[in-house]
Design a protein around this ligand. Structure first.
Ligand code: IMP
Ligand code: MG
Length: 183
């Protein structure tokens, strides 16, 4: 009973404490930039929801929140450059400072297309903060302005990240057991 989702984790990559400490640092950096800008802070659903909730609560800047749900077409575990908007922003971002909160940047295809799309709405600025970055896998020319952790090329779960919609509620970032994939 106690084990449940934890039993499927091979190794913990980032502990809850490590994540919280790094988020605090990142929030302080962001406050310096955004304190007088009333930014629109955008949560990219669903993967970013846990990071977003912790990040915004560590920031003291006045801000507005918005949510966007997107899915990138692509076979299996890789995304393509085609983006489908499941749920768009409700805020008009023209002239606004926008901060996109992402869980992980892998190939970069998703954010590359998203950034282009949002830039067409003429925001005053458009920056990206990501919890995780896997630079080895990058295909699209995109770099986040703020990164909490650069990680090696492993498929990770937890703290919002899923495998087949599961494990998002793990409090840490971990590596899934192979046996789970091979089941
Ligand atoms: P990209 O377009 O390849 O950068 O894809 C980014 C998206 O792929 C992320 O927002 C995640 O939803 C998903 N993704 C990429 N790598 C991982 C991973 O290691 N674990 C879970 N999801 C991942
Ligand atoms: Mg995602």
């Amino acid at each position: 009973m106690k084990e449940q989702i934890h039993a499927d984790v091979e190794r913990i990559m980032l502990t809850d404490q490590e994540i919280q400490a790094r988020i605090k640092e990142t929030a302080e950096r962001l406050d310096v930039i955004y304190k007088d800008r009333n930014p629109v802070v955008v949560c990219i659903l669903k993967g970013s929801v846990v990071f977003f909730a912790d990040l915004i609560r560590n920031m003291t800047s006045r801000m507005e929140l918005d949510f966007m749900s997107i899915s990138s077409y692509g076979a299996g575990t890789t995304s393509s450059g085609e983006l489908r908007i499941i749920q768009d922003l409700r805020t008009d971002i023209q002239g606004r400072d926008v901060l996109i909160v992402e869980d992980i940047i892998d190939s970069g295809n998703t954010l590359y297309v998203l950034k282009k799309m949002l830039n067409e709405r003429n925001p005053a600025s458009l920056n990206i903060v990501t919890l995780l970055d896997k630079p080895e896998r990058r295909v699209a020319p995109i770099e986040p302005e703020y990164t909490c952790f650069v990680i090696e090329d492993e498929f990770v779960i937890g703290y919002g990240l899923d495998y087949a919609e599961r494990y998002r509620n793990l409090p840490y970032v971990g590596i899934l057991k192979r046996t789970v994939y091979e089941k």
